[in-house]
Design a protein around this ligand. Structure first.
Ligand code: FE
Length: 386
């Protein structure tokens, strides 16, 4: 049995945010970040809410929000008693909104106790609206929230179907403001969501359809979104990112995210950039068992070769080329991790990675030995040959 999870409402296109003028509610807590506020986006959202008779309060979170920040946000929520929680910004802000919402509705829970198998019983106090300003995380439609445990130097990979927002607003105005490096990083995050969802053993006809269309849009528009940043390209990437989020919520991500979440906590490299670094290695490693699915991806973006093997090789070359053009490093070494730090943390990151819950979504299993070897290859920039 497959239970498909989607927001009740997804509003897409120019002026989509004006949907808020018609929203029902009394008080909104807008979870956002410094940059988004400085650009005036948070005020814009608050003004539309005001037209609907909804008053607003803001709560700012840092990039890669910590458990402590979530706890503070939930305290504010309990005082302010909103009936709408709004996550506005990149993945960090929307993920924070989800976690704050959970603790607001369920003061008896801790952040780390969110998991796919628990009944949360959300929506007794508030609804969740998510409005992305970058085109990568897919958090506006996803069941996932990633929160950083500073003390453990680790990212908590939390998910629950009840966390899928009620309303997602996909307004192309916001991603127009992204600087190029963010377009590159977030674009590779979206591409990784779609590819991992497609090759996952948990994939299905529904997630496959979302993943393939997202991949097609990304190959068609990511380069342009980066180079010229025109409106059509940015809008298509915003849609692709949302579709990739739906894909992995109804399938799963895999080893790129497992490694990326751990490496992100250990080496402090932004999530999207890490996805771009790791994705090609995962294709080399996984294609031994998932060759056919990678070949289907290749054919979906117009690669015409006779054998699956050739198709996957060409797909990999295309991704490496795109990664070069978008200025994403090809290895952890190139990303600036020192050999000393890498050696010192290798054992620990490998151990944490094999315990990642998202590995259940990877087509090929990883044991400790292979994981260590993979890290070394990703550090040095060597093609995976095992
Ligand atoms: Fe991601």
């Amino acid at each position: 049995m497959l239970e498909i999870s989607l927001p009740k409402t997804i509003v897409v296109g120019e002026r989509a945010t004006e949907y808020l003028k018609r929203i029902e509610g009394k008080r909104a807590l807008i979870i956002t970040g410094k940059t988004v506020r400085r650009m005036g986006f948070a005020d814009k959202v608050a003004n539309y809410l005001k037209e609907a008779g909804v008053e607003s309060e803001f709560f700012e979170v840092e990039p890669e929000p910590s458990v402590e920040t979530i706890v503070r946000g939930a305290e504010l929520a309990r005082k302010y008693a909103p009936d709408l929680i709004v996550g506005l910004g990149g993945g960090s802000n929307m993920d924070a909104a989800k976690a704050i919402w959970v603790l607001y509705e369920r003061p008896d829970l801790e952040v780390s106790s969110i998991n796919p198998f628990i009944k949360l019983g959300l929506r007794r106090k508030a609804k969740l609206i998510c409005i992305p300003t970058t085109s990568g995380s897919g958090s506006e439609v996803s069941w996932a929230t990633v929160i950083t445990s500073v003390t453990e130097e680790r990212k908590l990979e939390l998910a629950n179907k009840e966390l899928v927002p009620d309303i997602a607003i996909i307004d192309p105005e916001f991603p127009m403001a992204m600087p190029r490096s963010l377009v590159a990083d977030t674009g590779f995050d979206a591409l990784t969501h779609a590819i991992e969802a497609y090759v996952s053993p948990l994939s299905n006809d529904f997630s496959d359809a979302m993943a393939l269309k997202a991949i097609q849009l990304i190959f068609k528009y990511l380069r342009r979104s980066y180079v010229t940043g025109d409106k059509e390209a940015r809008e298509k990437m915003h849609i692709a990112s949302m579709m990739a989020g739906i894909a992995f919520t109804n399938s799963e991500v895999g080893m790129v995210h497992a490694i990326g979440h751990v490496a992100g906590g250990a080496f402090h490299i932004p999530h999207g950039k890490l996805m771009g670094i790791i994705l090609p290695y995962s294709i080399e490693y996984n294609s031994r068992v998932a060759m056919r699915k990678y070949a289907e991806i290749a054919r979906a973006i117009g690669i015409e070769t006779k054998t699956d093997d050739e198709a996957v090789k060409t797909l990999l070359e295309n991704i490496l080329q795109l990664r070069r053009e978008l200025g994403i490093p090809s290895s952890l070494k190139e990303a600036g991790v020192s050999a000393e730090e890498f050696e010192r943390k290798l054992e620990d990151v490998s151990n944490k990675t094999i315990r990642s819950v998202v590995l259940r979504g990877n087509p090929r299993t990883l044991n400790l030995e292979e994981t260590k070897k993979l890290y070394t290859y990703i550090y040095e920039g060597r093609s995976v040959d095992f």
